[in-house]
Design a binder for this molecule. Structure first.
Ligand SMILES: *[C@@H]1O[C@H](CO)[C@@H](O)[C@H](O)[C@H]1NC(C)=O
Ligand SMILES: *[C@@H]1O[C@H](CO)[C@@H](O)[C@H](O)[C@H]1NC(C)=O
Length: 437
């Protein structure tokens, strides 16, 4: 119960006291609610031994059938994958923080949970690499919109369920807004995205916590593979800084405040001016060498609320400090984020934050890091032949969305089980283009 003892003599720490109180209350409530056989040690049993995580949060058996639309099967899918003239290379889209759109597709193609029969599928995956394609100039916003609408209009199964059993990946901060008319066409579908909020420039968030799934960002393969890593973590005592923030300001208040704070306290907080392009561009390895050199890695909000730095922290083994109030995190059924990270109000970025972080004993930091080490397999995009990966986590989440029956306002059924449309045409005779939405 280390958190109880962290109340410091410092007089400026009312809210820390409050935090500790909340923790104690929370903890006691938990103890009372749990059978005594459970380890009372702050949930640290969660990832120990024979991987208790899926059972704990998802049930005992993964048994889901996903149909993956083929690129030749439906006109327009190739455009969503490779651009208007087919010139964007998928391998080029595999890297970087948005690589999930390719990785999830490829992992599904090889997955034992893939089915080739639409009639037996629980869910349908619509492949698309539009984030990457758009960046490479392969499609503009209008073309993306047209391509999606064209693709959807050729899918009888999409019409049958009103899209409820169809899965889309939107890997960036824009979320489903990448498809401008998402609200008209896919607002009932399952959206996989790292972004739980994109309200800063638009009036609505495309993310709906009850149907969509938050996925981890794509951490560089060089850091996540099991063998030799690009950069190994440093022992706590060898780290030069208390905290760091490595990123561009992008004119964002929280980031500007951190950069300012680093100028005031250069021995405690590292926040160098980083070049992300040009000859002085910080290379991948250098970036992680910096990142590992602090006990805490600060992850402020940028253009959008999710931040890759949060996930990267676990691979250099610094404790991530989330400074992004609206951020949503993946796999909340099984991960108790208060055990492995800190979330601090973005409205309180300042010396108070540094003082608070300084007050945390190394022993406690080590414990958080150790727990994070057990959980981080869930941020790694590896095949489902491995028991704990981001992909398996996503499959477990998808399984929670499956239903025996899917219908829409335009779907009807008769006494003999025949599914028909409003004109009483049987489902197997529905012919594209399907009316939309
Ligand atoms: C979803 O789309 C339908 C059909 O266009 C619309 O009636 C409904 O209001 C939309 N819902 C949301 C949440 O946008
Ligand atoms: C179900 O009943 C409808 C209406 O009587 C009929 O047109 C249709 O052929 C039947 N379907 C099957 C599969 O028996």
């Amino acid at each position: 119960m280390a958190k109880q003892t962290t109340t410091t003599p410092c007089t400026r720490t009312h809210q820390i006291g409050a935090l500790a109180l909340i923790t104690i209350t929370f903890f006691t409530t938990r103890l009372l609610n749990q059978p005594l056989s459970h380890s009372p040690v702050l949930g640290s049993d969660r990832f120990e031994g024979g991987l208790r995580w899926p059972e704990r949060g998802y049930g005992g058996r993964l048994d889901v059938k996903v149909y993956v639309y083929e690129e030749d099967e439906i006109e327009g899918i190739k455009v969503l994958l490779y651009g208007r003239d087919g010139s964007v290379k998928a391998d080029a889209c595999l890297k970087g923080q948005w690589g999930t759109q390719v990785k999830i597709h490829r992992l599904l193609l090889k997955s034992r949970f893939r089915t080739h029969k639409k009639a037996e599928a629980d869910l349908f995956f619509v492949p698309s690499y539009v984030k990457c394609v758009r960046m490479m100039g392969g499609l503009n916003d209008k073309e993306i919109n047209q391509a999606y609408v064209k693709v959807l209009s050729q899918m009888p199964y999409f019409r049958l369920s009103g899209g409820r059993d169809h899965i889309f990946v939107f890997p960036s901060g824009a979320g489903a807004h990448l498809f401008k008319s998402w609200a008209t066409y896919i607002n009932r579908s399952i959206i996989l995205t790292p972004e739980g909020d994109r309200t800063d420039k638009r009036d609505t968030s495309a993310f709906n916590t009850w149907k969509d799934i938050i996925i981890p960002g794509n951490v560089d393969d060089g850091m996540t593979n099991n063998g030799v890593r690009l950069v190994e973590p440093l022992p706590l005592s060898k780290r030069k800084y208390l905290a760091n923030y490595l990123g561009r300001a992008q004119g964002k208040l929280g980031r500007l405040q951190l950069i300012d704070l680093a100028k005031q306290f250069p021995d405690k907080l590292e926040s160098p001016e980083l070049k992300f392009s040009g000859p002085e561009k910080l290379g991948k390895t250098d970036y992680f060498l910096h990142l590992r050199n602090a006990k805490f890695c600060l992850a402020p909000r940028g253009e959008s609320s999710w931040t890759l730095r949060f996930y990267e922290s676990f691979f250099v083994e610094c404790v991530p400090v989330l400074l992004s109030d609206q951020a949503e995190l993946p796999f909340q059924n099984v991960v108790d984020y208060s055990q492995i990270s800190i979330k601090w109000p973005s409205s309180r970025i300042g010396t108070e934050l540094l003082e608070y972080l300084e007050s945390i004993p190394d022993k406690h930091i080590e414990e958080m890091i150790a727990r994070g080490r057990k959980v981080r397999c869930l941020w790694v995009y590896a095949p489902d032949s491995e028991p704990c990966t981001a992909f398996t986590g996503i499959l477990w989440e998808l399984q929670r969305k499956t239903r025996t029956f899917h219908h829409s306002p335009e779907t009807f059924w008769l006494h003999n089980g025949s599914i028909v449309n409003r004109d009483l045409v049987e489902f197997h005779k529905w012919r594209p283009p399907m009316p939309l939405p």
